[in-house]
Design a protein. Structure first.
Length: 280
C-alpha cells in the first residue's frame, strides 16, 4: 500500500479522530490541526513522527494560511486535504445571537473556504491531490431549527462543487461527504443551542432543541465505518463528487431531491415563458 500524507482539520474528535486513528494504524502520515493539543497526546506517543500537529482555530484566516503552509513545508507533499473542523448551531433563526451567527459562518463556511484556498497553490505545484470536504445530509436537505447550520453547509457545497471544476485541469479532485447522524460528539458535545424564545415552543424549530436537551436520541451511523469510506474514496478515479453516508442520509436526500425536481418540472412552462421569442 502506498503511504499517503493527509492534512485533516479538527483531529481531536469525531470523524477527524476516527480518520486519523485508521490512517496512522496503516502507516500513513497525518498533519492534524486541533484546538487542544493535549487531546492528541496518546496518538502522538504511539505514532511519533507519523503525526504532525498544529494548533488552529479555523476562524483565524491568517493562522490557517500559516499552518497550511508550514504543513506542506515540513512534510514536503500532502496528498489529501480533509476539511473536517466544524460544529452545529441550532435553534430558530430569530433566537440566535449575532455573535453566534458570525461564529457559525466563520467556522463552517469561511474557515473551510480558506483552508482550501491555502492548500490549492501547493496542490497545483505538486501536480495534484484530493480535497475531501465534510458536509452533511443537511447540505442537501433543510430542517427547522437548523437554518444557520444549513446556511454554512449549503454554502460550502456550492463552493466545493464550483472549485472542483476549476481545479480539475490540475489533477485535483474534490469530494463532498454527506453523513447522516453518527455516534460522535457532534450532537451532544460540540453542538450549541441559541437562547430560547418561548414563542417558538409551538414551532417545528423547537424539536431540535428538545432532542439536544433530552440527550436520549441515538444516531444510526457508525463513524468508524464512515471514516473508512472517506479514506477509501481517495482510491477512486475520478474523485466522487458526493458521498452520502448512512441510511438516514440517503433516504432524506433522495426525498429532498425528488421533491425539488418535481417542483422544478412543474414550472417548466412558466420558466420558458420569460424568454424573448426566438430570433428576437
Amino acid at each position: 500500500m502506498t503511504q499517503r500524507t493527509w492534512l485533516i482539520t479538527g483531529v481531536n474528535s469525531g470523524f477527524g479522530r476516527h480518520m486519523t486513528e485508521q490512517l496512522l494504524a496503516r502507516g500513513d502520515r497525518v498533519a492534524g490541526t486541533v484546538r487542544k493539543m493535549d487531546a492528541m497526546n496518546d496518538l502522538k506517543a504511539q505514532y511519533g513522527d507519523l503525526l504532525w500537529l498544529a494548533h488552529l482555530d479555523v476562524t483565524d484566516t491568517p493562522a490557517i494560511h500559516q499552518v497550511v503552509n508550514k504543513a506542506f513545508t515540513d512534510l514536503g507533499k500532502i496528498d489529501v486535504v480533509v476539511n473536517n473542523a466544524g460544529y452545529g448551531l441550532f435553534g430558530a433563526a430569530e433566537e440566535m445571537t449575532d455573535d453566534q451567527i458570525l461564529h457559525q459562518i466563520n467556522t463552517n463556511l469561511i474557515g473551510s473556504i480558506q483552508v482550501v484556498r491555502a492548500a490549492l497553490p501547493h496542490l497545483r505545484t505538486q501536480g495534484g491531490g484530493r480535497i475531501i470536504q465534510l458536509s452533511t445530509v443537511g447540505g442537501q436537505a433543510a430542517f427547522p431549527g437548523g437554518s444557520l447550520y444549513h446556511a454554512g453547509k449549503w454554502g460550502i457545497e456550492g463552493f466545493i462543487e464550483a472549485v472542483g471544476q476549476e481545479v480539475a485541469p490540475f489533477n485535483i479532485g474534490c469530494t463532498l461527504v454527506e453523513p447522516g447522524g453518527a455516534r460522535t460528539e457532534f450532537r451532544y458535545g460540540s453542538s450549541q443551542l441559541a437562547p430560547k424564545i418561548d414563542a417558538y415552543d409551538i414551532s417545528p424549530a423547537s424539536m431540535v432543541r428538545r432532542i439536544i436537551e433530552e440527550g436520549t436520541s441515538v444516531s444510526l451511523g457508525d463513524p468508524a465505518k464512515m471514516a473508512k469510506i472517506m479514506i477509501d474514496s481517495v482510491d477512486q478515479h475520478p474523485a466522487p463528487k458526493r458521498i452520502a453516508l448512512g441510511s438516514d442520509s440517503y433516504t432524506t436526500i433522495h426525498k429532498a431531491l425528488t421533491e425539488r425536481l418535481a417542483n422544478l418540472e412543474a414550472q417548466k412552462d412558466l420558466a420558458f415563458s420569460t424568454d424573448f421569442p426566438a430570433n428576437a
